[in-house]
Design a protein around this ligand. Sequence first.
Ligand SMILES: Cc1cc2nc3c(=O)[nH]c(=O)nc-3n(C[C@H](O)[C@H](O)[C@H](O)COP(=O)(O)O)c2cc1C
Length: 186
Amino acid sequence: MDHPQEPPSGIHPLLAGRFSPYRFDRSAVVDDHALGLLLEAARWAPSAGNSQPWGFFVGRPGEPEHDRVLPHLAPSSARWATDASLLVVTLTRRYVDTSQLLYSEFADYDLGQAVAHMTVQAQAMGLAAHQFRAFDLEGLTKELDPNPGWVIVSMVAVGKAADGPSELRGRRSVAHLRSAPWTPDE
Ligand SMILES: Cc1cc2nc3c(=O)[nH]c(=O)nc-3n(C[C@H](O)[C@H](O)[C@H](O)COP(=O)(O)O)c2cc1C
């Protein structure tokens, strides 16, 4: 993979400027209004058949919800996510109740799209978001106890970035993304 690279001019500044910070300003606050806008951005994402198969559990430092999530972070994410002004646990409704029947074939896809909307909204509000999977999924699922059919997929740390983009976020080329599905692995 070629790196480091910069997004080319012409990409919208909200997309070009987005990155996942590894340091957050712990004095920053996401107030109720800002939190509401982040969730609204997710809410207005498109989804298959308008199924809206997403759910979010949110907590800010000092809130009991934050205390419930924090112990389940892996050491690698606790290093920076603890200082974020907001932690969001993302859930999708993958199955119909306790059955193996898919609620929507696109449940995870739709959730990802809703989270993408949230991250761009965060960027527009001068905030940054770092999505992550480094947490104890089993322990957090036990703690939050979502309804049957719902699964926790990821977490998002949101706050004021206190660093710049990592050197290790290069991207494969556009030529690669157009040819990779038909090219033998290197
Ligand atoms: C579903 C998902 C899971 C991720 N899990 C982690 C993680 O566990 N730890 C971490 O440091 N970053 C995690 N990331 C962040 C990616 O590493 C990051 O988005 C990628 O390196 C590209 O960097 P950028 O977001 O700055 O463009 C995750 C991102 C996504 C979308």
